[in-house]
Ligand binder design. Structure first.
Ligand code: NAD
Ligand code: DAU
Length: 355
């Protein structure tokens, strides 16, 4: 059997493919456009695996997708492909609409055509799983209950608006065309292979270079952090046992203010990689710098994941304390990877965003 995974060279997609091939005996057709965020090195662990077939392409390229579906006959499409960085969506939203909305729409159309031609048995087994975000539910007050799947969408930035839009399309394809589709909405992931524009790898990277660690606004915005491996396991379970047409929230039960996360990273770095005596700083904490806030910055996300816990028996297996320490170790041990993924475009982005 075979599955098609899109966005496979990005952070979560690559972790998903690596975990999938170690857990399952199934071929993965791995599709990625290799944007600035996609990196083939992320898949080097499975490069030699015959069950892994990489295709460089766009989810919006219907001719390519139709061909891949026809040739490989996957039993599932798992869609990670997206423009994923909120700050970039504020500067240049168009790419977000192109991939997250039009791209998802075209992938749904190809899947619908393919599904329509399957025999009854293959139809029963086919799944379209769309990977989405907790950001679609919008910002919560400090004392509001966590967002459940029944919450209405209130996206506040172009990224989350584009993801919300794609979630609506997936829902519509289930209801209108009976496409056996499922959606997952997950909170903030951390772990290996995350592009160093996102908070955790950015802070580690800047700290190593003794550059400022930028905290937007007052740093009291709250995110719920989940280890990427736990997210991948949840997706496998939804694919296996989830009910078609349903949405499953995935969260870490691990809300933290940004400043708390950054201070913890500084503590871990001080322990694992102490600042040398002759440096201009005495601790990584000295680098913490409060900068202008992100426009429309959502104050708090919190996800109510009780449905996936009750229905599928999933729960986050990894503790934040252990996994964040391991994640920092991974970045320290893989600085070559970091150097490879940050090219001219990255430096331009950092200049533009933090000047
Ligand atoms: P990422 O930016 O690291 O990776 C996205 C990948 O998609 C990249 O490899 C990129 O090259 C590829 N891509 C972009 N446009 C494409 C296109 N048109 N066709 C094919 N490939 C394309 O993102 P990520 O953090 O790995 O997120 C993956 C998915 O999970 C996204 O849909 C995101 O919305 C969702 N998500 C992310 C998080 C998180 O914390 N990172 C949390 C919840 C949900
Ligand atoms: O909630 C899930 C979402 O998490 C995913 O859907 C997105 O794809 C993913 O990028 C992530 O979005 P965030 O905006 O929460 O992630 P980011 O790492 O960019 O920022 C985390 C928090 O840290 C956020 O409140 C903004 C803040 N921040 C971020 C950066 C890059 C800073 O204070 N300084 C920074 O330099």
């Amino acid at each position: 059997m075979t599955i098609l995974v899109t966005g496979s060279a990005g952070f979560i997609g690559a972790n998903f493919v690596i975990d999938w091939l170690s857990e399952m005996d199934e071929t993965v057709i791995s599709l990625d456009k290799l944007t600035y965020a996609g990196n083939l090195n992320n898949l080097s662990e499975v490069e030699e695996d015959e069950r892994h077939i990489f295709v460089n392409g766009d989810i919006g390229d219907s001719i390519l997708i139709d061909r891949l579906l026809l040739i490989y006959k996957p039993r599932a499409v798992v869609n990670f492909a997206a423009e994923s960085h909120v700050d970039r969506s504020i500067h240049e939203p168009e790419a977000f609409l192109q991939t997250n909305v039009i791209g998802t729409f075209r992938l749904l159309e190809s899947s619908r055509r393919y599904y329509g031609e399957l025999n009854e048995k293959d139809k029963r087994n086919f799944r379209f799983l769309h990977v989405s975000t907790d950001e679609v539910y919008g910002s919560l007050d400090a004392d509001s209950p966590a967002s459940a799947e029944t919450e209405s969408f209130q996206p506040n930035n172009p990224y989350s608006a584009s993801k919300a839009s794609s979630d609506h399309l997936v829902r519509a394809y289930y209801h209108t065309y009976d496409l056996p589709a499922l959606t997952t909405n997950c909170s903030n992931n951390y772990g290996p292979y995350q592009f160093p524009e996102k908070l955790i790898p950015l802070v580690i990277h800047n700290a190593m270079a003794h550059k400022p660690l930028p905290i937007y606004g007052d740093g009291l915005q709250i995110r719920d952090w989940l280890y990427v491996g736990d997210h991948c396991e949840a997706i496998r379970m939804v694919l296996d046992e989830g009910s078609c047409g349903e949405v499953y929230n995935i969260g870490g039960l691990n809300e933290k203010a940004n400043i708390e996360v950054v201070r913890l990273l500084c503590d871990i770095l001080n322990e694992l990689h102490p600042v040398s005596r002759n440096a201009s700083i005495t601790s990584y904490h000295d680098l913490i710098t409060f900068v202008e806030d992100r426009p429309g910055h959502d104050r708090r996300y919190a996800i109510d994941a009780s449905k996936i816990v009750a229905e599928l028996g999933w729960h986050p297996a990894k503790s934040f304390t252990t996994s964040i320490q391991k994640t920092v170790e991974w970045y320290l041990n893989n600085q070559e990877w970091v150097e490879q993924v940050i090219n001219g475009d990255y430096h331009q982005w950092i200049e533009r965003q933090y000047a």
